[in-house]
Design a protein around this ligand. Structure first.
Ligand SMILES: O=P(O)(O)OC[C@H]1O[C@](O)(COP(=O)(O)O)[C@@H](O)[C@@H]1O
Ligand SMILES: [Mg+2]
Ligand SMILES: [Mg+2]
Length: 340
């Protein structure tokens, strides 16, 4: 192997340097975003370490509280939430925080306020914590108009207005995936260095995939278009081979695989949950932002997911996201249904 040529082709890039490079493209930038992101990265490293030793450090199991969603909180849900609230406030760059684990939004006290609002799911895939299956953290960032007297309107707005979104997956390796509106990049944590290194530059999702990802246990309650679409995945009429089913039950893990391999992830509405299960602000929006930035698309069953305007911070929405052509097929089925 021609090491020199190889060395000239690749770049040993940490996430800090990557974001500083991005920042240098905006001469007027004060570095606020870079500081905010470095605290989010620190929070992810902290949670990654806690997840890795969860079984040893008695961090498995329930915390004994219930969150606003009526879900029993896991110890790691509570710990991760505390870590991110601290990391975000101590960045001095945020004014509003919306967390899955907190009923109300947190308004940062004036002396520590900055001009970003952060919506986040501190620990996603909670049902998989105790069995050590991949889980993650999801976040979205808005630049607020008025950091002096911020109101909830700063976050109750379309996802397309976010300035950045990302997730960190705590799996066989710890992977941080980020978009600041100019493509999607993935970084892998080198535990020996404690550094996130650029390993997945400029991620582009394949136009079409051969994987579908859904909790088929809800099938009896699905609406017509969803049932028809999944039927087609299993019994294609166009002579193509059936899609493979993959479902981890952690949105971060199912979306990460979809982003890299292509295909579609869906959590549709059904008779039991007419708005689906996943939350608009800190699950649907960040993942839809990343998918669109990678060349895929995200659809609610009615509209482009990023055009949604939520009315309240824990609002849910059905979601179909993934490869462009696969989601296009779902959109056609809903359009046909609407015509009936
Ligand atoms: O068990 P179900 O109904 O398939 O739901 C799985 C979905 O619920 C979630 O676990 C909800 O997220 P939280 O774990 O953050 O509450 C998603 O990660 C996942 O996609
Ligand atoms: Mg979640
Ligand atoms: Mg969660």
């Amino acid at each position: 192997m021609d090491h020199a040529a190889e060395a000239n082709r690749t770049d040993l890039m940490t996430i800090t340097r990557f974001v500083l490079n991005e920042q240098s493209k905006y001469p007027e930038s004060r570095g606020d975003f870079t500081i905010l992101l470095s605290n989010i990265v620190l929070g992810c490293k902290f949670v990654c370490a806690a997840v890795n030793k969860a079984g040893l450090a008695k961090l498995i199991g329930l915390a004994g509280e219930t969150n606003v969603q009526g879900e029993e909180q896991k110890k790691l849900d509570v710990l991760s939430n505390d870590v991110f609230v601290k990391a975000l406030i101590s960045s001095g760059r945020t004014c509003i925080l919306v967390s899955e684990e907190d009923e109300q939004a947190t308004f940062v006290e004036p002396s520590r306020r900055g001009r970003y609002a952060v919506v986040f799911d501190p620990l996603d895939g909670s049902s998989n914590i105790d069995c050590g299956v991949s889980i993650g953290t999801i976040f979205g960032i808005y630049m607020v108009k008025d950091s002096i007297e911020p109101t909830l309107d700063e976050v109750l707005q379309p996802g397309k207005n976010m300035v950045a979104a990302g997730y960190c997956m705590y799996g066989s390796s710890c992977t941080f995936v980020l978009s600041t509106g100019a493509g999607v990049n993935g970084f892998t944590l080198d535990p020996s260095l404690g550094e996130f290194i650029l390993t997945h530059p400029d991620i582009k999702i394949p136009k079409k995939g051969n994987i579908y990802s859904v909790n088929e246990g809800n099938a009896k309650n699905w609406d017509g278009p969803t049932a028809k679409y999944v039927e087609r995945c299993k019994f294609p009429k166009d002579g193509s081979s059936p899609k493979s089913l993959r479902y981890v039950g952690s949105m971060v893990a199912d979306v990460h695989r979809t982003l890299l391999y292509g295909g579609i992830f869906l959590y549709p509405a059904d008779k039991k949950s007419p708005n689906g299960k996943l939350r608009v602000l800190y699950e649907v929006f960040p993942m839809s932002f990343l998918l669109e930035q990678a060349g895929g698309q995200a659809f609610t069953g009615k509209q482009r997911a990023l055009d949604l305007v939520p009315n309240e911070i824990h609002e849910r929405s059905p979601i179909f996201l993934g490869s462009y052509e696969d989601v296009e097929e779902v959109k056609a089925l809903y359009a046909a249904e609407d015509k009936k």
